[in-house]
Design a protein around this ligand. Structure first.
Ligand code: GUN
Ligand code: ZN
Length: 426
């Protein structure tokens, strides 16, 4: 059976950071054909109607059909502590995050939050995330099980910490290696699931633990590795005192085999020239988490890097203050404004879809609408509230029509979500 979605379609031929807004090729009366979980065709509505006369037609009028959003850095275990008041990174971790992550020693609680989290993000049009679990292996099983039952493509890994975390939230170099390897062999490549080797960040891992995870990555080179880098200046000073022999923060990872293509670093705000040059040379990915960076008071990411390496966009739930990639695009726009870097709506939309997919090395499968790609789609109502609707009335093109939804849209803008070629119940 073919499903044929009609509406405005947004898709990309290139990268708007390198190629300009022309990298987007919108269709004002477009169509997307879905067969067997994949995109079979995209084109003009009239042509695709003629080509698929027996298709089940879903006419969305002037709504926008897009690839589902890809959130490249989240902590699903922090779902229940999102929007916790009044702290900066290190005391935020100690006051809110670690006590909550302790509760994941109970597999039933982990399963409850995993299900709650995925339902929250799917309702906001996010169809793939890359998430940190907690140190508990059952927290990885919980999120992969929840994603598998929803047919989602999802990246996750056990968070490894063997120091500077409370009793009950620490593993060891050896157990981090063993547990990560067991989970990787259990889940990596099963259905649409990918295991990600996940040291939390250098302050909570000894060099021995980073080394053990570097060894594991050498054994499974097609996995991604995710961690945090240079988010806050206090954190960087702490890393300097913990690793006196390292040249800089990035070197604490590089020295242990945790820097190469497939490394995905969250935040990466306060970088030295050497770090920037090495990240580019190594082909690493960076993930911009703008609502987190303003909420925790970390700093302003340099979007100029997007022309030099893979940059994705993320909520960083629950350091980030919102589950929605629309709100995250708005924050990315605002952060860029503060740096004098004006982002075009096509760049914002690309970051939340194809850019994030590229940061996760999954751009040939998700994050765009093209024949053969997996059918993860979101249908966006560009007039979802009276305030947004009145702001679109003078729009002369799709970008002007879309921008009020980027800035003011929320879950009410998400009309329909498709995962793996199946429409979610609304
Ligand atoms: N650095 C290390 N762990 C975390 C975390 O959970 N959230 C954020 N924002 N930064 C971190
Ligand atoms: Zn994070």
């Amino acid at each position: 059976m073919t499903d044929l979605l009609l509406g405005q379609v947004i898709r990309f031929d290139g990268d708007p950071f390198r190629d300009g807004p022309g990298a987007a090729r919108p269709l004002s009366q477009g169509a997307v054909a879905i067969e067997n979980g994949r995109i079979a065709a995209v084109g003009e509505a009239a042509a695709l109607r003629a080509r698929y006369p027996r298709a089940r037609v879903h006419d969305h009028g002037q709504k926008l059909i897009s690839a589902g959003f890809v959130d490249a850095h989240v902590h699903y275990p922090q779902t229940a502590i999102i929007a916790s008041w009044g702290k900066r990174l290190i005391d935020w971790l100690n006051s809110y995050t670690f006590p909550e992550e302790m509760r994941f020693s109970d597999p039933a609680y982990a399963q409850e939050i995993a299900n709650r989290y995925l339902d929250l993000v799917l309702a906001r049009g996010t169809t793939t995330v890359s998430t940190y679990a907690t140190i508990h292996p059952a927290s990885v099983d919980a999120i992969f099980t929840a994603a598998q039952s929803r047919g989602m493509r999802l990246f996750a890994g056990k968070t490894c910490m063997d120091r500077n975390a409370p009793e009950g939230l620490r593993d060891t170099a050896g157990s981090a290696y063993d547990d990560s390897k067991r989970l990787l062999e259990k889940w990596h490549g099963v259905d649409r699931l990918s295991y990600v080797i996940t040291p939390r960040f250098s302050p909570t891992s000894t060099p021995e633990q980073l080394h053990a995870l570097g060894q594991l990555w050498r054994e499974y080179p097609d996995c991604l590795m995710q961690t945090h880098l240079s988010e806050q200046t206090d954190e960087i000073a702490w890393v300097r005192s913990l690793f006196p022999q390292s040249r800089d923060y990035l070197d604490t990872y590089e020295a242990q085999g945790l820097l190469r293509e497939g490394a995905v670093y969250g935040h990466a705000i306060h970088l030295t020239d050497r770090e920037r040059a090495r990240l580019v040379e190594a082909g690493a990915s960076l993930v911009h988490c703008p609502t987190s960076n303003t909420f925790i008071g970390s700093g302003l990411f340099d979007m100029g890097l997007a022309t030099r390496l893979r940059v994705g966009l993320a909520t960083d739930t629950g350091g980030g203050s919102n589950f929605s990639m629309l709100r995250t695009m708005a924050a990315a726009y605002e952060v860029a404004q503060l740096r004098g870097q004006s982002l075009h709506p096509s760049q914002l939309w690309w970051l939340a879809t194809q850019g994030s997919a590229r940061a996760l090395h999954a751009e040939d499968r998700i994050g765009n609408i093209a024949p053969g790609m997996e059918a993860d789609l979101v249908v966006i109502d560009l007039a979802s509230t009276p305030a947004i609707e009145q702001a679109t009335r003078r729009a002369g093109d799709l970008w002007q029509e879309l921008f009020p939804t980027i800035m003011m849209g929320d879950d009410r803008a998400v009309a329909e979500v498709w995962v793996n070629g199946r429409r979610l119940p609304t």
